[in-house]
Write a protein that binds this ligand. Structure first.
Ligand SMILES: [Zn+2]
Length: 119
């Protein structure tokens, strides 16, 4: 069994892993390998400064340009998507594929809510 996520670069990978671990503790997903792809979130400021935004660059949802000090709200700060959930064997005990997906989407929603509450 493995789980595959795609995250925006502004979504903290560490926070994702931690939330995921705490959410799956005691479930059959506990200890399942997690694969995380990163999609770079490019930023181009009106002053010409360009960079990829990571979670370390954000204050809440805000990004501050290191060159001119302009602030920008980053709506994609919580971009996270479940790409693939591979489950094999009888562990899922008759769960239909859609139910698995639903279960994981709920976990993701909880993860996002958890992360929002941290800010
Ligand atoms: Zn700037």
């Amino acid at each position: 069994m493995s789980v595959h996520f795609r995250r925006g670069s502004a979504f903290s990978e560490e926070a994702l892993r931690q939330s995921y671990e705490s959410l799956t503790t005691g479930t059959i997903l506990e200890g399942a390998p997690v694969e995380i792809d990163t999609v770079n979130l490019d930023f181009e400021c009106r002053c010409g400064h360009k960079q990829v935004i990571t979670s370390d660059d954000l204050i809440g949802h805000m990004f501050v340009c290191p060159r001119c000090g302009a602030t920008k709200e980053i709506d994609e700060a919580h971009d996270l998507e479940l790409v693939e959930l591979v489950a094999e064997g009888a562990d899922w005990m008759g769960f239909e594929t859609t139910n698995r997906r639903e279960c994981m989407q709920r976990s993701i929603a909880t993860t996002k809510a958890t992360m929002k509450n941290r800010e």
